[in-house]
Every structure is written in C-alpha cells, then in structure tokens.
Ligand binder design. Structure first.
Ligand SMILES: O=C(O)CCC(=O)C(=O)O
Ligand SMILES: [Fe+2]
Length: 407
C-alpha cells in the first residue's frame, strides 16, 4: 500500500471573506479565444478570475483531435479490460522509472484507500540512461522508457501509439496553457517556457474506477496536485469535484464532451504567492453501474530545472504598483527596472490597472505586506528532487527495489 503523491488535505485553508461570494459553476474557456488577438484579453481575464477563485476551468476548442482523445480512451479501456495476469506484466515495480500498473487497493489518498486501478506513463526515452543508483542523483532515474510488454501490444495493438500520440498532443496544449498562465500574471509569454527548460517532465495517469454497490468508499480522496498544471480527460460517468477554497463548498466537475479540465497544482500556488489556487479535488465513489475512466496529465518543468520559491517579477509588480498607487500617480504600468520585462507586453497581453489592483489586493490577503524576496526565494528548489520526493512517497515499493542501498 502506498500514498498518492498529491498532498492530502484535512480542511480548507482560507483567510478570505466567504460571505461576499458564491461560485456556482466551473467556467469554460476556449483556446481559440486565446489564439485570436481580439479575444485574447477577455480569455486572459477569465482565466485569471478562474485561477484566483478556485484554480480550475474547462478548456474547449483545445486543438487535440477527437480521434486522439477517443483513441487514448479506447486504448486504456481495452488495457484495463485484460485479465489481471496480463495487466500485471507491466506492474510499476518492474520499472526503475516509476511507470506501469497498480492494482486496486495499492494506493491511498487522505488516509483512505482509493478505489481505482491505475497505469502510469512519462516521456518516452527509448534508451536507458546511464543512471547508477548509488552515485547519480535519484531524479535522473526518472528518465527512461515506458513499459510496452509484447504480450500486451499483441492483445491491444493500438495501445502504444495511442498513448504516445495523446501525450504529444497534451504537451502542445499544456505549453499553450502555461503561456497563457504567464500572460494572465502579466509576465512575458515565454516566462514558463524558459523556466521549464527544453524537455518538460510530465506524467500521464490512466485510472479506472469500477462501480461499487454501496457508497461507502471513495474513488480518490481529497488532495491538491503537487506540480504546476494538470490537464484531465474524463469519460461521461462523473464524480470529480473541486472545492471552493473560500466557502469549502464542493462543486461538481461534471463531464462536458470535448473538453479537458485544467487544474493548477501546489507549485503554481506557491510561485504566485497564493494568488492562484491549487484546487482541492476528489473523486466520489462510483455507483453508476459502469466503470469510470479518467486520464490526468501532470505537466511540470524539466527535472534539471531550478524553480524560484516565488515569481520574482510578481513581487516586483506588487511593490511597484503599490508605490505608484500610494503616490496617487496615474501610470498604466509600473516603472521599476526589476519589472521592466512587463513593459514589453503588447496591449492585448498586458493587464489593465483594475486587473493589477485586483491581483494585488488578493496577494495582500495571502501574504500581508512583507513582499521582500529572500536569497532562497531567488535561488530556488530542484524540480527533480521535488518530483522524485512525490513519486517515491507514492510508490515506495519501486524506490526500495531500485534505489535502496542494498541492490
Ligand atoms: O480521476 C480523476 O478524475 C482525478 C484523479 C486525480 O485527481 C489524481 O489522480 O490526482
Ligand atoms: Fe489530482
């Protein structure tokens, strides 16, 4: 038994005024609106509102071809329908790179056993790296091939190509979304691309939630995802819920055809000083009489990246806007040199003064007046270590087999 890598949550943590708002539904945004210069400001404004309110939205017109999403769903349904003996040929414990299958009951979230089977993939690297467990950094062991047992490929011929195509497409979509997240924060479009490096690290988790007779289990316990961005495909069964961080109310993230659900993880929450929420979410037990399938894609920087504790430009923005407004000057953009990168955004991309004020007010709620960056903030943390820590917590059996001292 192991613990789901995402962080468990005991209770909502909030310090905003709950009386002044209600979120009734999770918004739907269109990637087409982002890609069109005329509608981009409206898209960015709605994205910002969604991420400041709850941290989740649906994305439609996302550009991932229907045959690719259908193909991935069908491939994983066919895989999960195989006899246990076949599925176990790609058990996660076979893989030094933490890829493969986990049986029902092998994972828990928030102190409860999750009622699901799952199958994990990550970027395909056909050649084994020269990783040596005793001398290399642990995270270097995350690079490598996925498992593709020939017996399974014989039974599900489209399995490998469907999964690889889906991951390629979701990487493209995620790059667009991270670019939009940067612009919504009044940062350069390339901010995250530079931070992420040339080979972002992602994980694809395919999950099957079998239907249960009695509603006395949970599909997946309440948690926040630990990384940057999650893009999730779900079938039409339902059961996923996100929590309003202010009121604690659970909102159904109902299935909407031809959309993905986009959720921020804890890394974005930390980087933005709490301005954008990492959504607490859970999956209710499935009593629909049919299996539920979902495929979350966790998109993170390359393992060798160093991530600042907070986005330095956001702190500068806050300082410079505070000082301009306190001096009652009417300038459309801050003038400090540390925020100079902000001034090169085009009109469609930069925030209005109202929007900046709104962001600053929210930042003050989370962090008070102390916005000075420590040297640790700037130096940053190792993304590889962070990801390794979460996958190790999630799959201790893989760690002790491949990374223990006694090899
Ligand atoms: O299956 C779902 O809909 C959500 C799964 C999830 O949140 C996770 O695995 O982190
Ligand atoms: Fe999650």
């Amino acid at each position: 038994m192991s613990v789901h890598s995402s962080h468990n949550v005991q209770a909502k943590d909030c310090c905003e005024d709950a009386s002044s708002r209600t979120i009734t539904a999770i918004r739907t945004l269109s990637l087409k609106d982002y890609l069109c210069p005329e509608s981009r400001p409206q898209f960015l404004s709605e994205m910002r509102d969604s991420l400041m309110e709850i941290g989740t939205f649906y994305i439609k017109d996302h550009g991932v071809p229907t045959e690719v999403t259908d193909g991935a769903m069908k491939a994983i349904q066919d895989y999960f329908a195989l006899p246990l003996e076949e599925k176990s040929k790609m058990h996660i414990r076979n893989s030094q790179h933490f890829r493969g299958y986990k049986l029902m009951g092998e994972e828990m979230t928030n102190n409860q056993i999750d009622h699901r089977e799952q199958l994990q993939f990550a970027p395909e690297q056909t050649v084994e790296s020269s990783f040596v467990p005793t001398t290399s950094r642990h995270w270097e062991g995350l690079h490598g091939p996925n498992q593709w047992p020939l017996d399974i490929l014989a039974l599900v011929p489209e399995f490998k190509s469907s999964v690889l195509q889906f991951m390629d497409q979701l990487e493209i979509l995620s790059q667009h979304l991270m670019e939009a997240v940067a612009l919504s924060l009044n940062l350069e479009a390339t901010y995250f691309r530079e931070l992420f490096g040339s080979s972002p690290y992602y994980r694809l988790k395919c999950a099957k939630y079998p239907s249960v007779e009695k509603a006395d289990t949970i599909g997946c316990g309440a948690h926040k995802d630990t990384g940057f961005l999650t893009v999730l495909l779900q079938d039409m069964v339902g059961g996923l819920q996100g929590q309003d961080p202010v009121t604690g109310q659970w909102l159904d993230t109902c299935p909407v055809p031809e959309t993905f659900i986009v959720t921020m993880g804890e890394a974005i929450e930390k980087l933005t000083g709490g301005l954008y929420h990492a959504t607490v979410h859970r999956v209710l037990n499935n009593t629909s009489g049919q299996n539920r399938y979902s495929i979350p894609f966790f998109f993170d920087p390359s393992l060798s990246s160093k991530i600042p504790h907070r986005i330095p430009a956001l702190a500068s923005l806050r300082r410079s806007v505070s000082s301009t407004s306190s001096m009652s000057m009417s300038m459309s953009m801050p003038m400090s040199t540390s925020a100079s990168s902000l001034t090169s955004l085009s009109d469609e991309e930069s925030c209005s003064e109202d929007e900046l004020d709104h962001m600053m007010d929210a930042l003050k709620i989370h962090h008070g007046k102390d916005d000075a960056l420590s040297s640790q903030d700037v130096e940053g943390w190792s993304n590889g270590d962070h990801i390794f820590e979460t996958v190790q917590r999630c799959h201790p059996e893989v760690f002790s087999r491949w990374y223990g001292r006694e090899l």
